[in-house]
Design a protein around this ligand. Structure first.
Ligand code: GLC
Ligand code: MG
Length: 484
């Protein structure tokens, strides 16, 4: 434990916690984040600090003590992620909505055809949030939390009537099948490319052959090109059903579940009972055909008029699953009176303002700066990731000098895993990752903010303390441009 005191009676504790119990798997390793712990004149012991922040440490579904208010299970390519939008606008809108209104009490599940390797590549390319649960390789791999701990029970279950050597042997007999890259061949998934006009015929013939060889497989065609062969019990829908069963056994069945997809391998997601579904406007022909043949009268499934993540937001609104206005769609963020004491919203809102300020999308005005100063405690401190300590008011003054400095640049700011912890009747610690992207370069800080609602002169929350440390030791080259 590393301990640093400052004059405001706060301690920074670096705590290494390696395992916490996880109900769905065995034990989940937790990385070693920084936590800011406010305390009285009595020194905080590590044990007391841990017990105080214990619920806060849980990173996957276990962090919720009860049922999730909403569980979103979303495909990535062409659903959560729009590859035709270099600005990633709908993804950033979804992110802001999720972090301000859902992260604390809901579950985000990504369900992708990608292997862990390609999934990690996508995360580096796009401003994606960290999901609570990741379902990979077309529902053949389920992992939990930030460290992506695999569900061994699921792996075991998929061995039933499966032998990937037999699949390899039989598929070699079809010259039309072109093997995908090595990274996409997984323990319970064998993947090929095949032209659209050949797909149906080959799937039929293959299915007969593999049955004759004693296997029970599922063959899925997606995106008009990809052909996956999996054990019959696998697939995105089966993986979701498995998760729901586990939640039910724990008495934590989500209040609502929304499945989101665009292609053939997502069809199964929409056939799980009691699950709402959205096929994004840009859905592939094969998914729309499946819907027409199998789920036409089901009012729980919609075909959105909006593309990708915007379609997901549209579905949240359509099914009344909760708030569906992204803070990014609010022009005057200082005018959101309803959100007076909402720590997560406060953080999200601030960083959207910060992005707009530097992109020259808000007018540089003394009024904005005065408003910002009003919500920062005069004695408030900001500890920059470089270790330099400044007053919060000085930081606001610095903002003035960089108004519009990123105008016309590919500059974006987003926050991930915004988790507020109430530590007193009028104070919250909010921990999150703050990302900043400029062109192709991105940086991230683990950030902890202490907010208080004590100051009666301020309608909402007052910023008392901000502390940042580089995520994954990224700060080696110094980042002179990093302000907040
Ligand atoms: C992803 C995977 C690929 C799979 C496809 C459809 O693109 O990388 O292996 O075939 O999804 O499921
Ligand atoms: Mg897709």
């Amino acid at each position: 434990m590393q301990k640093m005191a400052n004059k405001y009676n706060t301690f920074l504790l670096k705590i290494n916690i390696f395992v916490v119990h996880h109900p769905l798997t065995t034990n989940i390793p937790i990385s070693s984040p920084f936590f800011l712990v406010r305390c009285s004149s009595t020194p905080v012991t590590a044990a007391a600090a841990i017990s105080q922040i214990e619920p806060y440490l849980r990173t996957s579904m276990d962090r919720l003590s009860g049922a999730a208010r909403l569980m979103i299970v979303s495909d990535l390519d062409h659903t959560m992620v729009d590859h035709h939008d270099p600005e990633n606008l709908s993804l950033l809108r979804f992110n802001a909505l999720w972090e301000s209104k859902y992260r604390e009490n809901s579950l985000l599940v990504f369900s992708t055809g990608r292997s862990p390797t390609l999934y990690k590549e996508l995360r580096k390319e796009k401003p994606m949030l960290t999901p609570d649960i990741t379902i990979l390789s077309v529902g053949t791999e389920i992992t939990y939390g930030n460290s992506m701990v695999p569900d061994e029970g699921w792996v075991e279950f998929l061995n039933h009537k499966w032998d990937r050597n037999i699949v390899s042997e039989e598929t070699k007999k079809f010259s039309e099948l072109k093997l995908q890259s090595e990274t996409e061949q997984r323990l319970h998934k064998v993947s090929f490319y095949v032209q659209k006009d050949k797909a149906q015929e080959i799937m039929k013939a293959l299915s007969t052959r593999l049955k004759e060889r004693g296997l029970d497989v599922k063959i899925i065609y997606s995106g008009g090109i990809d052909l996956d062969i999996l054990p019959q019990g696998a697939g995105k829908g089966q993986a979701l059903a498995y998760l729901l069963k586990k939640f039910k056994a724990e008495g934590k069945m989500p209040d609502n579940t929304l499945a989101c997809g665009d292609s053939g391998n997502d069809a199964e997601l929409f056939s799980i009972p009691d699950v709402h579904g959205v096929m994004v406007s840009n859905a592939q022909e094969e998914l729309l055909q499946w819907h027409a043949a199998n789920a036409k009268g089901n009012t729980k499934i919609i075909h959105a008029t909006e593309r990708c993540a915007a379609g997901i937001i549209q579905a949240i609104g359509h099914f009344n699953l909760g708030p569906s206005t992204s803070p990014r769609d609010v022009t005057d963020l200082s005018d959101s009176k309803m959100e007076n004491v909402d720590p997560a919203y406060e953080v999200v809102k601030f960083y959207i303002f910060y992005e707009r300020w530097r992109r020259a999308e808000v007018q540089s005005s003394e009024l904005y700066l005065a408003n910002l100063k009003a919500v920062c405690s005069p004695s408030g401190i900001f500890i920059h990731p470089s270790g330099i300590e400044q007053s919060l008011h000085d930081c606001v003054n610095l903002l003035k000098t960089c108004s519009g400095d990123k105008q016309g640049a590919k500059f974006r700011v987003w926050v991930d895993q915004v988790l507020p912890l109430q530590i007193g009747s009028d104070s919250w610690l909010v921990k999150f990752k703050k990302w900043e992207q400029l062109g192709e370069e991105r940086k991230c800080c683990l950030t902890t903010v202490l907010l208080s609602s004590k100051d009666m002169r301020v309608a909402g929350l007052t910023w008392m303390h901000v502390h940042q440390t580089w995520f994954d030791g990224e700060g080696q080259n110094g980042h002179p441009d990093w302000l907040f």
